[in-house]
Design a protein around this ligand. Structure first.
Ligand SMILES: Nc1ncnc2c1ncn2[C@@H]1O[C@H](COP(=O)(O)OP(=O)(O)OP(=O)(O)O)[C@@H](O)[C@H]1O
Ligand SMILES: [Mg+2]
Length: 259
């Protein structure tokens, strides 16, 4: 179960504390194919979270339109699961109840109660059902956050830097888990990351964004066979070309330095 998500000529302008306009997204167009694994990369402030929040329906654009399977996105929906930049678990709920939260909120808990243990196993957390967020590691907490979104059987999972705060071993482990979940659930994955290697390792396609104004500056097809090898020559060549793209992007004059 997956879906087509279209972002059509979307603009999102914020007003900062001084009253200045911040063009967080400028004329952004993007079509995400059903079942695709897409990563969004770019420097801090280029609009990655803004774009993900719009796709989730947590925010609205000033102009342009976002659709899922042809229907306009106007609000949040369990069909678009969202994993927050900081995980966002409820500290007062144990693992099991964090995962069950969405079912209870939608009043479908009784009917789906049996699914909870399945999703706990799916993310490899058997035995930790009664643990509270402060009693588990950062990597485990992110897996709880992912299970909490997946249990609603979304068409798309939106992940905002879910591995940002993890050490490289835990990160590699979670990357493989995410790939496994993607294959198992057949859903569209949209991952925001700062990590070029992570984007190449996981994605079918990489969206490169640049800031001020926030826009898509390049789309890259990652046509490497899976499983991918981080040290492989094609992998490294792709990483080099992405790094070069950012250096070129940075070499362009920034509007605020041109006064
Ligand atoms: N609520 C807001 N009010 C005002 N400005 C905002 C708001 N949210 C984001 N911005 C600005 O919009 C731009 C894009 O922000 P966004 O959070 O989407 O960036 P990002 O690419 O996710 O960055 P990071 O990698 O640091 O998470 C930034 O310049 C940011 O300061
Ligand atoms: Mg962000």
């Amino acid at each position: 179960m997956s879906s087509t998500i279209s972002v059509n000529n979307v603009n999102r302008i914020y007003t900062d504390a001084e009253g200045n306009k911040v063009n967080a997204l400028y004329n952004v167009d993007l079509d995400i194919r059903p079942g695709e694994f897409i990563s969004i990369i770019g420097p801090s402030g280029c609009g990655k979270t803004t774009l993900l929040r719009l796709i989730a329906g947590l925010d609205k654009p000033q102009s342009g339109e976002l659709t899922i399977d042809g229907s306009k996105i106007t609000d949040v929906s369990p069909e678009r699961g969202y994993v927050f930049q900081q995980g966002g678990l409820f500290p007062w709920l144990n693992v099991e109840n964090n995962i069950a939260y969405g079912l209870k909120a939608r009043k479908v808990y009784k009917k789906n109660k049996d699914k909870i243990s399945r999703y706990i196993s799916m993310v490899g957390l058997d035995g930790f059902e009664r643990s509270y967020p402060h009693q588990i590691s950062g990597g485990m907490a992110q897996r709880v956050a992912i299970a909490r979104a997946l249990i609603n059987e979304p068409k798309a999972l939106l992940l905002d830097e879910p591995m940002g705060a993890l050490d490289s071993f835990t990160r590699a482990d979670l990357q493989d888990k995410i790939l496994e979940l993607w294959k198992e659930n057949g859903i569209t994955m949209i991952l925001v990351t700062h990590d070029i290697d992570e984007a190449i390792y996981l994605s079918d396609r990489i969206v490169i964004m640049t800031p001020r104004p926030g826009k898509i500056s390049k789309l890259i097809d990652v046509d490497l066979p899976r499983p991918r090898h981080r040290g492989g020559s094609e992998f490294l060549a792709m990483r080099k070309s992405i790094l070069e793209h950012f250096e070129l992007a940075q070499a362009q004059p920034q509007p605020e330095y041109m006064i």
